[in-house]
Design a protein around this ligand. Structure first.
Ligand SMILES: [Zn+2]
Length: 186
């Protein structure tokens, strides 16, 4: 089954403008199959105590992934962590926002992996806008597109389409294997 999904999105638990339920409704309207909600940790690397349970108990036609946008403090580099049931996906977020060169991106990948976050993927987008510099084999990570939804008009600007069963771990394994394609709104 071909499922369209977004791996990076924010709600009122951090700096998004939609509550989790309202954000889910946006992506249901867009016809998505899955959505990862990845609010930021605050500056003390904590989230609101209700966050995990709120996300875990959302009612939706979408397959919802619990997630978090971590900050690798020493570099202030954001890293998306998306939880399946057994699998976990780590994404090096928007190198374009930090104006990194390809070499710097690769260096960060190694540094963050050594620190214990096993990066799988890199965003070739910045808030849904394609940044082709990072869409290169020189960065040995799977290339994903996300819209990093905070507010309109971010919703639905970039996505991935995965041919997988409607199962969180199957989707993560397909992404890790590069078995998907990216898409962008015209
Ligand atoms: Zn973000």
């Amino acid at each position: 089954m071909l499922l369209r999904g977004n791996l990076h999105a924010h709600t009122t638990f951090s700096d998004g403008v939609r509550t989790p339920q309202a954000l889910v409704a946006e992506y249901e309207r867009l016809g998505y199959g899955f959505l990862a909600i990845t609010d930021h940790f605050d500056h003390e690397n904590l989230v609101h105590p209700d966050y995990e349970e709120t996300i875990a108990t959302l009612e939706s036609e979408l397959l919802i992934f619990r997630g978090i946008e971590l900050s690798y403090q020493r570099l202030e580099q954001h890293v998306g962590r998306v939880h399946g049931d057994a699998e976990t996906l780590y994404i090096l977020n928007h190198p374009a926002r930090y104006k990194l060169s390809v070499a710097e991106t690769v260096e960060r990948m190694h540094t963050i992996r050594r620190a214990g976050w096993p990066l799988d993927a890199v965003e070739v987008t910045d808030t849904g806008m394609y940044r082709p510099l990072y869409d290169t084999d020189e960065i040995p990570l799977v290339k994903v597109a996300t819209d990093d939804a905070h507010r309109p008009p971010h919703f639905g600007r970039a996505w991935i389409e995965v041919d997988a069963s409607r199962d969180r771990d199957a989707i993560i394994r397909a992404i890790r294997a590069g078995d998907f394609r990216v898409g962008f709104k015209d």
